[in-house]
Write a protein that binds this ligand. Structure first.
Ligand SMILES: NC(=O)c1ccc[n+]([C@@H]2O[C@H](COP(=O)([O-])OP(=O)(O)OC[C@H]3O[C@@H](n4cnc5c(N)ncnc54)[C@H](OP(=O)(O)O)[C@@H]3O)[C@@H](O)[C@H]2O)c1
Length: 198
């Protein structure tokens, strides 16, 4: 299969590329570091990316920014960033990507644990993560030509917790998280939200 991985230079994206290995042809995409670059917050950029990649069998998104901070401190701009980037950026990957996907292809998006296990400071992130999961379940009912859509909702990654000086013991190894994306790509599931814990 020919598979686009968006966010391929990130913590989770790198692990996805590694987990796919040589089994499929991977086209890495990122904001600034990959050969093919894209900004998911910009529809024109998404269209340009698909023009460069041509038709594909899989689109995996492990990208998306949302703002962390106390609810009363979050500005309109903070909410707008979260909605435009992580939420609508990934929704637009689906809306614009369908026509570039081969029959029986698959799309996998990323939400995150803060949808189901919020913490202080996570209102904007929890908002977009929950929305992505609802979108994925509903979009699965309307996907044409056997195309599937799933959402991976990863637990905190061990390496990310370490980088934030948080307790790594509550995290999941990135290899485990990456396996969920591969299962979504290679399996037959549709409309699922995968918690990527096992
Ligand atoms: N890490 C965790 O513990 C965790 C847990 C749950 C959910 N998540 C979610 O998983 C996703 C990836 O997390 P991560 O920790 O792997 O992030 P990361 O290490 O910061 O990597 C982000 C990746 O996304 C790319 N990117 C950034 N902005 C972009 C844009 N506007 N358009 C396209 N690509 C863009 C980056 O490209 P460049 O390198 O070129 O800038 C990079 O490849 C995020 O949505 C995050 O909320 C992460």
């Amino acid at each position: 299969m020919k598979v686009i991985v968006i966010g391929a230079t990130g913590t989770i994206g790198r692990a996805i590329v590694q987990a796919i290995g040589n089994r499929h042809e991977v086209i890495p995409v990122s904001f600034s570091k990959s050969v093919i670059k894209a900004d998911i917050a910009d529809k024109t950029s998404i269209i340009t990316m698909f023009k460069k990649t041509g038709r594909v069998d899989g689109v995996i998104s492990a990208a998306g920014l949302a703002k962390f901070g106390p609810m009363t401190s979050l500005t309109d701009a903070d909410f707008a960033l979260s909605l435009n980037n992580k939420l609508m950026g990934q929704v637009n990957l689906v809306r614009l990507g369908i026509e570039h996907l081969n029959d029986n292809g698959s799309i996998t998006l990323t939400s995150g644990i803060l949808s189901r296990k919020p913490m202080k400071g996570s209102t904007a992130i929890s908002l977009v993560n929950s929305a992505l999961e609802g979108f994925g379940r509903a979009a699965a009912l309307e996907m044409p030509r056997g195309i599937r859509i799933n959402v991976v909702s990863p637990n905190w990654v061990v390496d990310t917790l370490k980088a934030f000086n948080m307790d790594p013991a509550i995290g999941t190894p990135v290899e485990t998280v990456a396996r969920a994306y591969v299962q979504a790509l290679e399996g037959s599931m549709n409309g699922e939200v995968l918690d990527a814990i096992k």
